[in-house]
Design a protein around this ligand. Structure first.
Ligand code: ZN
Length: 469
């Protein structure tokens, strides 16, 4: 790829649009509007992918730049971790080849550790000894753990490992990941890799409550700061400010050997299956990967028993005490003012998806695809999703505009009929929001229909399967 070429008109326009989105992101952040921030983050990720795909090299400026000094953390491996084999990452994206023609792939399932024995409904046998704290923290940091796994895998295998993975909750409420990986590696290597992979969370510790829901820090308008509700400085008589995130992190930088606030690892149970591309088995595994994607997470974790419902409640309670990011309002509970907090911050609370009861902490991204996953690119996956949504909408009697009669031609630079790129992108965002609400309506309609038909006859299933009648 040509590194030093001039960016094209289109690329320049995307960069411009990205910059204006960045500005809006700042505003949303100021206003504490998490939903808008999430939306913009998604669009910017798409734009970055588009830029990268067209050959523009990053890094692109992050939406949340690290403040002031870049913090350096020890990358020392913890003693108990087995060493990772390391090789230079080659450009090759495929693994070993057998007999010159079979190029097998693998299907991996990675789970989180045990927090206590559970029954078939996912509820713990002994809820009192179940490690809810560890379980909640692991849920929050699971995405980072998988990222680390992929990095380590690429180092260990020496190739640019490609995967298509889905994240789903298990009955016990812990996420696990199914990944189709292109190429194959020895099982023992995968096991060693999984055991060696961990993610350390270098945050202030949050083990002890400093404040409780009935006694939280308060916003002091004169000082424009979060202060202790009771304590006053004996000399000045002023309220005492609660230390900020940056202050606590700076303090931690000055101290040696601070244990990470949390370490997340995979469980012992690693499932590795070799599959041959194009075989029936491969199809079955792909089906498995996509099975859950048509369901919302809350459907997947519908409790199977009263005990399971209580279990989910308790896990949710713990998630409400677990900070999800440096900006999380829950930090005030532990005596730390979160990054970006202002008078609008609700102390001890956070609207982030990580704390929601219906999804038990699982956040939006359920499909993780590496950039060079064979065959389909991001646009193809989007097209698949679009088709699925189109069908749902059609079932609810909402049809999308037929665009097949339009002829689409690329616009020449300087064409006066072409609206500015920023306008196109913003209207795309608005259209997405409109479609999303249509889709929600369709889903609601579908749910009602399902409910009704369940009340009357079991005809629905039978019609889908003529043999059953
Ligand atoms: Zn949060």
């Amino acid at each position: 790829m040509d590194d030093k070429r001039e960016p094209t008109e289109a690329e320049r326009a995307i960069v411009l649009a990205r910059a204006s989105l960045q500005e809006e992101y700042e505003q949303a952040k100021e206003a504490g509007d998490q939903d808008v921030m999430d939306g913009i983050r998604e669009v910017v990720a798409d734009l970055d992918a588009e830029l990268r795909e067209s050959g523009v090299r990053g890094p692109f400026p992050p939406l949340d730049p690290e403040s002031k000094s870049v913090r350096k953390r020890s990358t020392r491996r913890r003693q108990e971790s087995p060493d990772l084999p390391r090789q230079k990452v080659s450009r090759s994206t495929v693994g070993r080849e057998y007999a010159g023609k079979y190029r097998p792939s693998m299907f991996l399932t990675l789970t989180l550790p045990s927090y206590g024995k559970v029954g078939p409904d996912g509820a713990p046998i002994d809820p009192d000894s179940y490690d809810y704290r560890q379980a909640a923290r692991d849920i929050i940091h699971f995405p980072a753990l998988f990222d680390r796994f992929v990095q380590n895998y690429r180092r260990a295998s020496g190739r640019d490992v490609q995967y298509f993975a889905t994240v789903e909750p298990q009955r016990r409420g812990a996420p696990h990941i199914h990944a189709g990986v292109r190429g194959s590696d020895p099982r023992a290597m995968i096991r060693q890799l999984t055991a060696a992979t961990y993610h350390q969370v270098h945050w202030p510790h949050f083990d002890q409550d400093v404040y409780t829901p009935d006694r939280m820090p308060v916003w002091n308008y004169t000082m424009a700061a979060w202060v202790d509700p009771d304590e006053v400085d004996p000399e000045t008589g002023d309220p005492v400010p609660v230390p900020t995130w940056d202050q606590v992190m700076d303090l931690m930088d000055e101290m040696d050997d601070i244990e990470p606030a949390h370490v997340v690892r995979f469980g012992q149970q690693v499932d590795v299956k070799g599959i041959l591309g194009g075989t029936e088995e491969a199809g079955r595994h792909i089906g498995y990967l996509t099975k859950y994607l048509t369901k919302s997470i809350s459907e997947v974790i519908e409790p199977q028993s009263d005990r399971a419902a209580r279990h989910y409640d308790r896990l949710h309670e713990e998630l409400c005490k677990t900070p999800c990011s440096p900006r999380c309002g829950i930090w005030l509970r532990y005596g730390v003012v979160p990054k970006g907090a202002n008078e609008k911050t609700v102390p001890g609370r956070c609207k982030g998806k990580a704390h929601r009861r219906d999804t038990l902490g699982l956040r939006g991204r359920r499909v993780l695809v590496s950039r060079k996953w064979t065959g389909k690119n991001l646009t193809d996956h989007k097209a698949d999703r679009v088709e699925f949504v189109r069908q749902r909408l059609a079932e609810a009697g909402i049809s999308k505009e037929d665009v097949s009669r339009f002829r689409i031609a690329p616009a020449e630079p300087g064409d006066p009929d072409v609206p500015p790129r920023e306008y196109l992108i913003m209207s795309m965002v608005a259209e997405k929001i409109r479609q999303r609400s249509q889709y929600d309506i369709a889903r609601l309609a579908q749910a009602e229909q399902d409910h009704d038909s369940r009340e009357t006859v079991a005809g629905q299933q039978d019609s889908a399967n003529p043999d059953a009648a």
